[in-house]
Design a protein around this ligand. Structure first.
Ligand code: MG
Length: 164
């Protein structure tokens, strides 16, 4: 095997405010909770952070540039659509996803029981296997906006590759 593999890495981060009366969507999964994330789309911070990690790895800019929150077409839209579009952009540049590691920073709700569902939804959307995605949940130990339960933040890192 003498094919050359070009690996590239990217990071993504997102934070959205929590408010009563909004659904809580993380990685395309609706999670039962008394508050949800506020944003122009469905405010799915997991999908947004993953989009940015993948775009970053491919040097294709950021989510705000591809899906501006001033565009009425994106109001209330499922952020899985953004992931599908990012996947298409990667394919156009002949990139494949190696793996994605995600950390969800949330004081509440407990995400342990939803991690598998999120993983399955992301794997299905990005057409990769479950072993290529990892989800970690962390509290913020009561500190800052996340710790006070005012927001949920997500960080993600992605490794992609191109074979020549
Ligand atoms: Mg966002």
């Amino acid at each position: 095997m003498n094919e050359q593999v070009n690996f590239r890495i990217g990071t993504g981060y997102d934070i959205h405010r929590l408010e009563v009366g909004r659904p809580l969507i993380l990685g395309g999964i609706e999670i039962p909770f008394e508050k949800g994330l506020v944003g122009h789309s469905d405010a799915d911070a997991v999908s947004h952070a993953v989009c940015d990690a993948l775009l970053g790895a491919a040097a294709l800019g950021d989510i705000g540039q591809h899906f501006p929150d001033t565009d009425p077409n994106y109001r209330g839209v499922s952020s899985l659509k953004f992931l599908e579009r990012v996947l298409t952009l990667l394919k156009e540049s002949n990139y494949q996803i190696n793996n994605i590691d995600i950390t969800i920073h949330a004081e509440r709700p407990k995400l342990q029981n939803f991690k598998n569902a999120i993983k399955e939804k992301l794997a299905e959307t990005l057409k990769i296997s479950l072993t290529q995605i990892n989800i970690k949940g962390k509290t913020n130990e009561g500190l800052d906006s996340v710790g006070r339960g005012e927001a949920i933040a997500v960080s993600a890192i992605a490794l992609i590759y191109q074979t020549k």
